[in-house]
Design a protein. Sequence first.
Length: 425
Amino acid sequence: MRQPATTAEAPGTAPAGTGNPDRAEPAPCQAIRTTLEAEGPAASLERLAAGLDAAGDYRALLDALLLKARFELGLPLVPPASLADLPEPARSTYEERYVDAIRLVGSRHLAAGDIPTAWAYYRVIGENEPIAMAIREYRPDAGTPDDGDRLGAIIEVAFNHGVEPRRGFELILENYGTCSAISAFEGLPGHDEALRRDCAERLILHLHRDLAANLRSDIAGRGQLAPAPGATIAEILAGRDWLVAEDAYHIDVSHLASVVRMSVLASDPQAIALAADLTEYGRRLSPRLQFEGVPPFERIFDDHRMYLRALLNLDADAAIAHFRGKIDAAGGREPAAAQVAAQTLVNLLVRLGRFDEAIDVSSRYLAGLAEGSLFCPNIAQLCQHAGEWRRLADIARDRGDLVNYATALLQLERQSESSLAAQAG
């Protein structure tokens, strides 16, 4: 177990008459010595720790608590260079006292509202939850002179150190804006789908709110009749083509495109509907403001609109045909683009619960594609979702995929045994 860097040892307990006789003994030192002489070492150490605690000198308090532990365990009073140098069982006992002391000092910093410093202690003992809880409860106070620095330090702990990344992302979005939040999103770990989904949904809600407010402000500024409360962006734009005439725009278009791209991660129906609403704005912008996307979303706003509407069970068959057409269009001349389009279609079909069709697409277009290249469920996972084990056996046999073939046979055998047992019962 590693130890934090130590400061100079706590004030000593030199007996009267030592040191420079012309130099007055500071009151704290005198109190320690007096207590030592009158009540003994244990009482003097208790008084030392209590005094440092009351004074808010928590770093020195840690040293005092560890000194107390070494004294009570009969260990050398000067801290060892490494805990490995201590004999057992004293070493294990001292480690327990060490953890308790770290936890206590960390809690003192938390109680004082100093989350970043508290984290420096809690991380040593691998305890994140007290810090995560404090971050969830933290609310920035713009009236505090140094709150900007404090906010940045808390975001560093929450987001960059991964203690409470969701709240950290919220703080970035709320206090530093969309641009910083999009940059932060790009740094999220790819394996944490739930975190990426939650952050994408927060960005969708934030950008939609800002865009709707900007549109209403533009309408009011022109003295026009205000849209009905709660109107969607599509409804606000209806009959108001002048809002986007002459290359006009009401939100950073690169931000709009970025948020629309990440909207395929969303699972909350409200967030999906808001993202689809964002595409209604984007597709009406001047062609000079349109970004070219990557397959199969070359037309960022139109293609994402079809995908998102399908997730809302709006024109799903048309969307499936649309993306199947992109696979066929890429064909043999652009195999990589065809595979990306196929995986996108598989993901869409899975989310629509159309597993049989997803298996068809996967078996036809994704055979032989390395697992590491997939961003959609593999053939075994699709067959598992659909309960199509015989189909997996057939596909695996034709591909020469012995592992999945064995998987399917074993599962079929297990199902057969369960069926016989149920009949016998």
